[in-house]
Design a protein around this ligand. Sequence first.
Ligand SMILES: Cc1cc2nc3c(=O)[nH]c(=O)nc-3n(C[C@H](O)[C@H](O)[C@H](O)COP(=O)(O)OP(=O)(O)OC[C@H]3O[C@@H](n4cnc5c(N)ncnc54)[C@H](O)[C@@H]3O)c2cc1C
Length: 152
Amino acid sequence: MAGTYSRSTQLLVIGGGPGGYMAAIRSGQLGRAALVVERQELGGECLNRGCIPSKALIHASLLYHTLRTEGAEVGVIATDPKFDLAQAMRWKEEVVGKERQGVAALLKSAGATVAQLCTVNGGTSGEERTPASTTTRTSTSPPAMVASFTMS
Ligand SMILES: Cc1cc2nc3c(=O)[nH]c(=O)nc-3n(C[C@H](O)[C@H](O)[C@H](O)COP(=O)(O)OP(=O)(O)OC[C@H]3O[C@@H](n4cnc5c(N)ncnc54)[C@H](O)[C@@H]3O)c2cc1C
């Protein structure tokens, strides 16, 4: 929502990776809508660079390898199969994009708000910035905080 406004939050989740988004979804299921602060892309290391893209590319390369090495033996004939790396990367990006939308939808249905930036002042108020808005959030008590990151 565009504009500046105030409202309370009880749970501040720093990081929208698997640790953060699962915490926010569970919190929503328990009746407490979370504010998730993710400075890059929802899904974190796993969805954007790790588990999902690596498994997508492994799947594509295994398919190619199996066709070349075992296809004829089991009766699957593909004449001179080629590995199109550019197309494999496009397909991988599509998979990642769909999964990212899935995470955003799950967070929305858990009542969570996603922001790119949040500053918390004294535990009683905070300001978040989303691409479309600047928001001031206040809380009568300090919000609980959860942070989850991959160490590199
Ligand atoms: C190549 C590779 C393959 C992997 N394969 C698997 C697998 O098959 N199975 C498996 O279980 N695990 C796998 N992993 C590990 C998995 O990616 C991590 O365990 C998982 O991503 C950790 O989740 P997380 O939410 O704790 O942290 P992250 O995924 O690192 O998410 C943290 C998020 O916090 C954000 N962030 C950081 N600092 C701030 C800040 N100050 N303000 C706002 N946002 C911030 C980051 O942008 C990031 O999106 C793999 C990892 C790699 C690198």
